[in-house]
Design a protein around this ligand. Sequence first.
Ligand code: 13P
Length: 334
Amino acid sequence: MSIEQLAETAQAMVAAGKGIIAIDESTGTIAKRFDGVGIPNNEENRRAYRELLLTTPNLSEYISGAILYDETLRQSTRDGVPFTKVMTDNGIIPGIKVDKSTHPLAGFPGEVITEGLDGLRDRLKEYYKLGARFAKWRAVITIGEDIPSGTCIEANSHALARYAALCQENGLVPMVEPEVLMDGSHDIETCYEVTEVTLRSLFDALYNHNVMLEGTILKASMVLPGKSSGEKVPVEEVAASTLMCLKSAVPAILPGIVFLSGGQSDEDATAHLDAMNRMGPHPWPLSFSYGRAMQQAALKLWSEDLANNVPRAQETVYARAKDNGLAALGQWSK
Ligand code: 13P
């Protein structure tokens, strides 16, 4: 696979005014989301829900790609059309979550390492054949008493770099995601410091593993105070802190940065992205790769009447895509 092809895919993922919808919840995570609204977690409901999302009319006006889970990549619509075909026919690039989730990091209580490197080369070859053109790996950094440790940050950066190199070898754009969690009572300055150290460590590891940044997308967390800190920070301050942090740690050659929503409200996630783009121009396009902030309103609506609420739920998905697409241009208004 040539770097030109990878770079072309990466640029298409962050095309002006477009972002990514993350619908890559593992069977365990979607169980939690379904539980919250009383939907039984079985394969048919998971399939029907992902069909609802992926067949939202005109979704590709604001959505360039979608991240799927292994099960979803192999599923089809009720009429038997593979989801990957529905997507490519509509100009939406199929992506795939390839990590095997977080596990306790031995010797470091309270910290986790993402697993999934064993056998990854063969899985990537299969995912490419099934139509995936980018792949996501999520590392999780927790802020708490005396954590994160340097060991946890470095171990996760090393895993991200090995996965990213394997992706490029097999024709997929790596979407590297080092998520600094919002959980905790830390202040925004602590989040800034931890995010900066994490990003520097990540780009150091990517460089050491010969990962081509021109064919890589960063999925970043925003710089925010901890959820239980009680601190309220104005939208512009979150935007300015996040930008400063990214500019100090992320090489300008990267084709784009997308954000995760991480438990922010729908409106906050959109407002923060919009504010950052209003402060531009920046070295890279800044867009979204939201999971909850794209889906939670639609899931709630669908749960109220699975048989009849598909069109209304799809209108909500479209509205969230539009708001976030406008925020990716700094043109959103409430
Ligand atoms: P959230 O936007 O819900 O944080 O999910 C994005 C994601 O893909 C996390 O890995």
